[in-house]
Design a protein around this ligand. Structure first.
Ligand code: CP3
Length: 365
């Protein structure tokens, strides 16, 4: 890969340290489960584990805007490590946001607290597409730097890189911000299929390039978040979204790192999301994992799927609901335990720590 292409000493060092990261993390429970190999215990991590409710996160973020924090390598590394230290999760997820690569190529946007990403000038016409230029590693030097620091600290704990999938990014860009019904997005998809196809294809290029930067810097797996794609019917997903998501997965396939694909409300899309090229399919809490495995078919691991709201119940109820997830997962080829969606800001961090140790203890082999 490109690290080996250059004869310069710097590049050789980079490639040697990447080999060291691959070696250190290879036998982790998380990567084994992704590869559908036997595991010492079911690995656990939580979507949006970094940030949110942790007091140590709120402290280091004080007075720093979300997007600014994503461009400060030392802060990113610290926030990424916090949940690993505290909860003993089996993987770290890189602290960033799905709109960071868009910001990096010059799209004027902000992340508004309590709202989410807001785009100053939405993308709605063919002329607007010209604003979505290619992303190069030079656009995101802080990502390479932060991941370099992280892999040194993490040792055998794998780091998950991530990006937003073309549909979910397109929704923010076309709507101009968060949307319940994705009206303008769907209006473009149904009304001007060629413009839509070109838009998601552009986003697939940018997303593929962004994931490559993370993998070349030392990420051991990647997750593509298509959080809002559950708004689509399967036939529309197949024709209007799957080709773009598949292009992202194809772009990173040569690296051989596990590729995870997640969305919310995607019970009817699970088979297609696997078909798009994922090695691991993320499942929200609405479909039990044994049923999800039937929908996805053989040859893929599953990730999920405790209802995040269960964490607000007393400990015995959390254990009972967790046991149900583990029982449904008993026959899977590979299982990575996670919530059915992200950690919520009001969650008790101690409940998450207890959940990690409960899953480890219940599944120890
Ligand atoms: O998983 C992790 O801990 C890594 C960090 C991460 C963030 N965003 C940090 C963040 C990840 C993986 C994301 C992905 C993301 N961002 C998604 C896909 C994941 C999902 O939950 O479906 C989406 C849809 C976004 C867009 C986004 N950014 C939203 C909806 C919000 C919440 C707005 C709010 O305040 O309610 C954000 C902001 C954001 N991204 C925060 C964090 C920690 C909160 C901002 C803050 O702490 O100031």
């Amino acid at each position: 890969m490109s690290a080996n292409d250059s004869p310069s000493g710097q590049q050789t060092t980079t490639s040697a340290s990447l080999d060291a990261v691959r070696h250190a993390t290879h036998d982790s429970a998380f990567l084994k489960a992704c590869r559908r190999e036997p595991v010492p215990h079911t690995p656990v991590w939580f979507m949006r584990q970094a940030g949110r409710s942790l007091p140590e996160y709120l402290k280091v973020r004080e007075g720093i805007a979300m997007l600014d924090s994503c461009m400060m390598p030392e802060l990113v590394a610290e926030i990424t490590l916090q949940p690993v230290r505290r909860h003993k999760v089996d993987a770290a997820i890189y602290f960033s946001d799905i709109v960071v690569p868009l910001k990096a190529i010059g799209i004027d946007l902000d992340i508004k607290p309590g709202v989410g990403p807001v785009i100053a000038e939405p993308i709605r016409t063919r002329a607007d597409l010209a604003r979505l230029r290619d992303l190069t590693p030079e656009d995101v030097p802080y990502v390479t730097e932060a991941i370099g620091m992280l892999t040194a600290e993490l040792g055998s704990t794998p780091l998950i890189g991530f990006a937003g999938a073309p549909f979910t990014l397109a929704s923010y860009l076309v709507e101009g911000g968060p949307s319940r019904n994705h009206e303008r997005t769907k209006a473009m998809m149904y009304g001007d299929p060629q413009l839509w196809a070109d838009l998601v294809d552009r986003l697939a290029e940018i997303t593929g390039a962004f994931l490559k930067v993370q993998i070349e810097a030392g990420a051991s797996a990647v997750q593509l978040f298509d959080s809002w794609v559950g708004a689509l019917a399967p036939a529309d997903y197949r024709s209007a979204v799957l080709p773009a998501s598949a292009k992202v997965f194809d772009a990173v396939a040569p690296y051989g790192v596990p590729r995870i694909h997640f969305g919310v409300g995607t019970g009817e899309l699970l088979g297609l999301m696997g078909e798009a090229g994922a090695d691991v399919v993320g499942v929200d809490w609405r479909v039990p994992l044994d049923e999800a495995a039937r929908r996805v078919g053989p040859g893929k691991a599953l990730q999920g799927n405790l209802d995040p709201a269960v964490l607000y119940a007393p400990a015995p109820a959390v254990e009972r609901k967790t046991r149900e997830v583990l029982d449904a997962a008993a026959g899977l080829e590979g299982h990575v335990f996670n919530l059915g969606h992200g950690v919520m800001p009001t969650m008790d961090p101690d409940a998450l720590t207890r959940l990690v140790s409960y899953v480890h203890e219940q599944t120890a082999r």
